[in-house]
Design a protein. Structure first.
Length: 370
């Protein structure tokens, strides 16, 4: 490595999800003396995370990139198709093989050595069949990508529509700080080991990012009823706001709780109690106006947090109730389309997994795969 050079660096995502593109590293800013050169169409895995399926074949159009020696790379012999092996790295069969040769003491200290990786025995079809499998599976992958792209476009349309709607705040709508239109309280601590199959519904801050849209009528997890007295509860109509995140873009995501009963809320969340339309409030926290406002109170650190004191200072428009409901209905309609597209993409992914398993196990003949 040269001190005056910068090096575009990559990692490998788990479960065969491809490369992780990292910020370039300056030669003088790292202790590494050498890096592995990562080119297009090569197999690369993470020695440390291989047991999680952190393996991929790099894109054919990848520009020159680099990684530490924790990421060994391999080129292919003429009888092996990189495109086929890229698909193979997305299978449970490959992940299980990596787990079987992972060695070390306990979870995060396990590693897969290159020599052990090369000794993995796996049935690989001849090159013409590899290419046929690529041809068949790529059709499904292209459709999944098209559905995800359409969902992403619609999501951006929704955000633009919210931006336009909330821009009318200066055209006769009154505005108020969050502390003027409601009350904020922090949830109470619970951990995942507290979960039980049924009982008191609960919302963990992480679930706001992964499991909920703008509103929810049921929880994904439950706590023992015996904890009800020690928890802080969100009532129907309250909005639950995530107070911490790994990035500025996500912190402050909210969900309107519209279930029939009160639910426990994690201490990395805030409960916002108010007299507004709950979905309107939730969509405010998704709007460009809120995204812009919150940046005064956040910083680019490893864990991004919003405090109750800072949230209370944020100003939101307060249109008449009918206008609040109109905005909610508009955003809801777009969200429903986005959810339908993503659900279809998920169904296609499951179909892909079954199709690929059948092709690799020869339960589905290549000739009949049309």
């Amino acid at each position: 490595m040269e001190p005056t050079q910068t090096y575009p660096t990559v990692g490998v995502l788990n479960r065969g999800r491809g490369l992780l593109y990292r910020d370039p590293v300056a030669g003088r800013a790292t202790a590494y003396k050498t890096l592995n050169r990562i080119g297009p169409g090569v197999l690369v895995y993470s020695r440390l995370k291989a047991f999680e399926g952190a393996i991929t074949v790099t894109p054919n159009n990848l520009t020159e990139s680099f990684a530490s020696q924790e990421f060994p790379t391999f080129t292919f012999k003429p009888e092996a198709s990189p495109d086929f092996f890229r698909i193979l790295t997305t299978t449970q069969k490959m992940w299980s093989a990596l787990q079987s040769v992972s060695k070390g003491m306990g979870g995060r200290r396990e590693r897969v050595k290159p020599a052990d990786f090369l000794n993995i025995a796996m049935e690989i079809p001849p090159l013409p069949e590899q290419e046929r499998i690529v041809q068949v599976v790529s059709v499904v992958d292209e459709q999944v990508a098209a559905l995800e792209a359409e969902a992403g476009c619609l999501f951006r349309v929704r955000n633009a529509a919210l931006g336009e709607a909330f821009a009318h705040a200066g055209e006769g709508w009154p505005s108020a700080t969050l502390s003027e239109v409601g009350t904020l309280s922090r949830g109470r601590r619970f951990v995942k080991s507290d979960y039980v199959p049924s009982g008191l519904g609960c919302i963990h801050y992480g679930q706001i990012y992964t499991d909920f849209g703008a509103s929810a009528t049921r929880t994904m997890t439950y706590l023992p009823e015996s904890l009800r007295g020690s928890m802080r509860l969100a009532k129907p109509g309250d909005v639950v706001i995530a107070g911490t995140s790994e990035n500025v873009e996500d912190v402050g995501k909210a969900v309107a709780w519209l279930g029939d009963e009160a639910v426990a809320v994690h201490d990395d969340c805030f409960i916002f109690r108010h007299n507004l339309d709950p979905k309107f409030v939730s969509y405010f926290f998704a709007s460009p106006l809120f995204q812009s406002s919150k940046r005064r109170f956040t910083s680019e650190t490893k864990v991004v947090r919003l405090s109750s004191a800072n949230l209370k200072q944020i100003t939101m428009p307060v249109p008449p109730r009918k206008e609040q409901e109109r905005i909610s209905e508009m955003a809801d309609a777009i969200d429903a389309q986005v959810a339908a597209l993503r659900a279809e993409a998920d169904r296609l992914r499951r179909t892909r997994a079954a199709l690929l398993a059948g092709l690799l196990d020869r339960a589905i003949e290549i000739e009949s795969a049309e």
